[in-house]
Design a protein around this ligand. Structure first.
Ligand SMILES: *[C@@H]1O[C@H](CO)[C@@H](O)[C@H](O)[C@H]1NC(C)=O
Ligand SMILES: *[C@@H]1O[C@H](CO)[C@@H](O)[C@H](O)[C@H]1NC(C)=O
Ligand SMILES: *[C@@H]1O[C@H](CO)[C@@H](O)[C@H](O)[C@H]1NC(C)=O
Ligand SMILES: *[C@@H]1O[C@H](CO)[C@@H](O)[C@H](O)[C@H]1NC(C)=O
Ligand SMILES: *[C@@H]1O[C@H](CO)[C@@H](O)[C@H](O)[C@H]1NC(C)=O
Length: 276
């Protein structure tokens, strides 16, 4: 009896010390901190949560913006699931001081742009999913100092241009999904020096032109998906074709707008191009 009372007392006092769980949510204590479940609670705003929160499930609500400094308020935060909301604005300092953040799920929202320095200085971040939003602008230096980022998904947005610095410092990136956007051309030095990149998916864009050296130093690349792009296979495809046939191990589905596989283009025809 006394021990039971003591346990209840300790649980209550711990939750008081650490701030309170919103009444509509359920929170449980773990060795890593509070695990907060506010899934499908019709929330319109980001709620105040216990300061020791390490895991937040806010999926399927109607939150319209991230207007808090998540890790200043919750320094133990590791896993954030806010996908399937109505978020149109992510405040630029939302992820400041997120030293141990591991996972960010922001997919299926209404984000229209990403400001410079929004996703920076997260040394432990492994997964960043921002797919299926309405992003048409990603400013330079939006993704910086994310040395352990492995998986990133920007598919299903409204991007028509990839800035050549966009992926520049993502040294651990292994899977990059950029499907179903509106990219028309891949510029020089866009996908370079990503030594761990193993899969790059650009299918379902509107890519007709690939500049020389758009791809370079991708020693781990095993799959490059380019289906659903109207590649123009005139002489301008020559440098991409050369890069591709020198790397027979890269499975690719790149198809010219006239239906011919890029890898099956005739070398004789392309070499007479005399381009570069
Ligand atoms: C997509 O971007 C274009 C400009 O590139 C803009 O005109 C259009 O409104 C955007 N659509 C959505 C759904 O955001
Ligand atoms: C990449 O990181 C280096 C050093 O960490 C920095 O000087 C450079 O500006 C960064 N470049 C981009 C495009 O983020
Ligand atoms: C990449 O794109 C291809 C072709 O559209 C698709 O079959 C494949 O499942 C995609 N991979 C991922 C990981 O989304
Ligand atoms: C695809 O790109 C071409 C230019 O190469 C442009 O004329 C066309 O409007 C684009 N289509 C879409 C659906 O964005
Ligand atoms: C498609 O275009 C390429 C390059 O111009 C050409 O070599 C090939 O024969 C064409 N294929 C078809 C089916 O017309």
């Amino acid at each position: 009896m006394e021990i039971g009372f003591l346990v209840i007392f300790v649980v209550i006092s711990t939750s008081l010390v650490n701030g309170s769980c919103p009444s509509v949510c359920s929170c449980s204590s773990t060795t890593q901190g509070s695990d907060v479940n506010c899934n499908s609670r019709s929330l319109l705003h980001f709620p105040d949560l216990p300061i020791n929160t390490y895991y937040i499930d806010l999926r399927y609500n109607s939150i319209t913006e991230i207007d808090v400094q998540l890790c200043k308020d919750m320094p133990k935060l590791k896993h954030l699931f806010v996908n399937d909301n109505q978020i149109s604005v992510v405040q630029v300092n939302a992820f400041e001081d997120c030293e141990i953040m591991d996972t960010i799920y922001l997919q299926y929202n209404k984000i229209r742009s990403i400001e410079s320095f929004t996703f920076i200085n997260m040394p432990k971040l492994i997964k960043l999913y921002i797919d299926n939003n309405e992003i048409s602008t990603i400013e330079p230096y939006s993704f910086m100092n994310l040395p352990n980022l492995l998986n990133m998904d920007l598919s299903g947005n409204n991007m028509s241009h990839i800035d050549e610095t966009m992926f520049r410092n993502l040294t651990s990136l292994s899977l990059l999904l950029f499907k179903n956007n509106k990219i028309q051309s891949l510029e020089t030095n866009t996908f370079i020096n990503m030594v761990h990149l193993s899969e790059l998916n650009l299918s379902g864009n509107n890519i007709s032109h690939i500049e020389e050296h758009a791809f370079g130093n991708l020693p781990s690349l095993a799959a490059l998906h380019l289906t659903g792009n109207p590649l123009n296979c005139d002489c301008s495809i020559f440098s991409f074709w050369t890069w591709l046939i020198e790397r027979a191990s890269i499975g690719t589905s790149a198809i010219c707008s006239n239906g011919t596989l890029v890898i099956s283009l005739e070398s004789a025809a392309l070499e007479t191009c005399n381009c570069k």
